[in-house]
Design a protein around this ligand. Structure first.
Ligand code: NAD
Length: 485
C-alpha cells in the first residue's frame, strides 16, 4: 500500500544508545513525524562477531536506499584492528559537512554564556583524519594531512549558504595558515575566493589557536564558524561543553546523497542500562532530521514541547540543579513529560531553525590544470648517526654519488635544516630529508632521472624510506622550504 511516510534507517547503537533511541522515536512519533523505520544493527556486537568495520555489508543497502540515518552512539573498541564506524560511515556516504549547532538554554540549563548561539561547520572527509599513517624508522611515524581544493570549496560554500540563512549572516573561518601555508593556506584562500560571491555575509578569519580561545571566552561574538576537520572536532566539544551540557547537543553529517543525524556524546557505558540518560541530544538530532526530510511542522512541534519541558524544570540527572530544576527524572519519564507537552508553546526559550542548504550550490568548480614541472625530489632516509657520522659527513657521502642532473640542495631533520650550516645539537631523530634539485634553473627533470638517483643511493647503501617529488605549478614553487632555509 502506498504510504506518505519517509523511509529512514535507524541504528540503536551501544551503551545508553537503545534507551535514548527508544525515547527519541516515541517522542518523534507523538510529534506527528511520518517515518517508515528500517532498523539496522551496528557497533559492539558486530565488532565482536568479526565485522571489523562495526556494520554488516547488507546494512549499507538500507542506508543507501533511504539516504537518511538516525544513529545512536556506539562504543568504539580501543586498540588496533577495528576502524571507527563513525569515520567509515562519513567517508562511505561522502558526508562532507559536519554541522553542529550549539545554543544556551539560559536560565534553565546552567551556562556561563547565556547568549551563546553558534554553529560549527566542520569539514568531514579530509585533513589528518584520512588515517594515512606510516612508521618510517625506529623513531619516526607520520600522519599525512591531505587537503583538496574541491574539498575546501564544497565545505566553504556549504558554510556560506548556511550563514546566509541565519539572521546574523556572519561567517568566521579558522585555520593555522601561518604555519601550514600550503594546506591550511589553501583552505583560507578558497574561503577568500568564495567570500567574494557572498557580499551579504560578514566574514573574518582567525588563526585557530586564538580563535578557539575567543570561542571559549566570548562565544556570543560568533555566528557560524567553518574550519578543517581536526580543529572542528576539538572546537565542537569545547562549544558543547560551555553551552551547558554535552547531553543536549545534536549534529548532522550532510552529503549530496545521504545524511546522518546523531547526538554529540558517546555511548556513556558508565550509566548504560540505568534508565537515567538524557535523550535530548539524539532527540534534537532527530528534529534536524525532520527539517532535512521536509517535515518542518513536526520538527517545530517536537522542539517546542522539548523546550517547554526544559522550562518546566523537568530535567534528567546530568542537567538537574536543585536551584533551577523542579523534578529529576529518568529517560522514560523525561520522554513522557515531553509527549505530555506536545502542542504547547515554550514561554521564554525561542525555537531554533536548522536551515537546509541547496546542495547544487555547494558543487565545487573544476580546477584548471596548471603547467606542472618536475624540479627536484625529497629523499627521506633512515639514518644511523653512529654509522653516518654528523650531517656534514652524511652530505659528503651523498655528494660522492654522481647524481647529474640533480644536485644535493639541503638536508633537514623533522623540517629543520641541518645541512649546510645546521646546528649539530638539533639532530636527534634517526630520520632526515635530503633535498635534491635540478642542477640548473629551468631544467625539467624526468621520472627516469629520479629512478637513476635512487638506484645510485641504493648502491651506496643509503636506506631511503620515502620520496616526494618537487614540482612547480605555473612557475610557482609547490613545496615548502625547510625551517632555517
Ligand atoms: P561519553 O560522551 O559517552 O561520556 C562522557 C560523560 O558524559 C560520561 O560521564 C557519561 O555518563 C556522560 N554522558 C554522555 N551522554 C550522556 C547523556 N545522554 N545523558 C547523561 N550523561 C551523559 O564519552 P566517553 O566516555 O569518552 O565515550 C564512551 C564511548 O562512546 C567510547 O567507546 C567512545 O568511542 C564512544 N563515542 C561514540 C560516539 C558516537 O558514536 N558518535 C561519540 C563519542 C564517543
Amino acid at each position: 500500500m502506498p504510504t506518505d511516510k519517509t523511509p529512514i534507517t535507524v541504528a540503536h547503537g551501544d551503551g545508553i544508545g537503545p534507551e535514548i533511541m527508544a525515547a527519541t522515536l516515541e517522542i518523534l512519533e507523538a510529534g506527528g513525524a511520518e517515518l517508515a523505520i528500517e532498523t539496522i544493527e551496528v557497533g559492539e556486537k558486530l565488532y565482536e562477531s568479526g565485522f571489523s568495520s562495526g556494520i554488516r555489508p547488507d546494512s549499507w543497502e538500507s542506508i543507501h536506499r533511504t539516504g537518511v540515518l538516525l544513529k545512536a552512539p556506539i562504543t568504539t573498541p580501543q586498540g588496533g584492528g577495528v576502524k571507527s564506524l563513525n569515520v567509515t560511515i562519513r567517508k562511505t556516504l561522502a558526508l562532507f559537512a559536519n554541522v553542529r549547532p550549539s545554543r544556551a538554554y539560559h536560565p534553565y540549563i546552567r551556562t556561563h554564556f547565556p547568549d551563546l548561539d553558534l554553529v560549527i561547520v566542520r569539514e568531514n572527509e579530509e585533513d589528518l583524519y584520512t588515517g594515512i599513517e606510516h612508521r618510517q624508522t625506529d623513531d619516526v611515524v607520520q600522519c599525512l594531512k591531505l587537503i583538496s581544493r574541491p574539498g575546501c570549496e564544497r565545505i566553504v560554500r556549504y558554510a556560506f549558504e548556511y550563514a546566509r540563512k541565519r539572521p546574523r549572516r556572519k561567517l568566521t573561518c579558522m585555520s593555522k595558515d601561518n604555519i601550514m601555508k600550503m594546506t591550511d593556506g589553501l583552505f583560507h584562500r578558497v574561503f577568500n575566493e568564495v567570500a567574494a560571491e557572498y557580499p551579504d555575509v560578514e566574514t573574518e578569519h582567525m588563526i585557530i589557536d586564538i580563535g578557539m580561545a575567543r570561542v571559549a571566552d566570548t562565544p556570543e561574538r560568533f555566528d557560524v564558524i567553518v574550519t578543517l576537520n581536526l580543529y572542528g572536532d576539538i572546537l565542537s566539544d569545547i562549544v558543547g561543553q560551555i553551552s551547558g551540557s554535552v547531553g543536549v547537543g545534536g549534529s548532522a553529517n550532510i552529503g549530496e546523497k545521504a545524511a546522518m543525524f546523531e547526538a554529540i556524546h558517546g555511548s556513556a557505558p558508565d550509566i548504560a542500562g540505568k534508565g537515567v540518560a538524557n535523550p535530548s541530544g539524539l532527540l534534537l538530532a532527530g528534529v534536524k532530521m525532520l527539517e532535512h526530510i521536509g517535515q518542518s511542522e513536526a520538527a517545530d512541534r517536537v522542539q517546542k514541547a522539548w523546550l517547554k519541558t526544559i522550562e518546566d524544570g523537568v530535567h534528567t540527572g546530568d542537567l538537574y540543579r536543585p536551584e533551577l530544576s523542579k523534578r529529576r527524572v529518568g529517560t522514560a519519564e523525561f520522554a513522557e513529560a515531553v509527549i505530555e507537552r506536545m502542542g504547547e508553546e515554550p514561554s521564554r526559550l525561542p525555537v531554533s531553525h536548522y536551515p537546509s542548504v541547496d546542495m547544487r550550490k555547494t558543487k565545487p568548480r573544476r580546477t584548471r590544470p596548471a603547467a606542472k614541472a618536475l624540479v627536484g625530489v625529497d629523499v627521506f632516509l633512515h639514518v644511523r648517526w653512529d654509522q653516518e657520522g654528523d650531517p656534514n659527513e652524511l652530505a659528503a657521502g651523498l655528494l660522492g654519488a654522481p647524481v647529474t642532473p640533480l644536485r644535493l640542495d639541503s638536508i633537514s631533520s623533522r623540517g629543520l635544516k641541518i645541512w649546510p650550516d645546521g646546528a649539530p645539537e638539533t639532530v636527534e631523530a634517526d630520520h632526515c630529508r635530503c633535498r635534491f634539485l635540478a642542477d640548473r634553473p629551468g631544467r625539467q627533470l624526468t621520472h627516469q632521472d629520479i629512478a637513476v638517483l635512487l638506484a645510485r643511493l641504493a648502491e651506496r647503501g643509503f636506506d631511503f624510506i620515502k620520496t616526494e617529488h618537487l614540482y612547480e605549478f605555473d612557475g610557482q614553487r609547490g613545496y615548502s622550504l625547510a625551517q632555517g632555509q
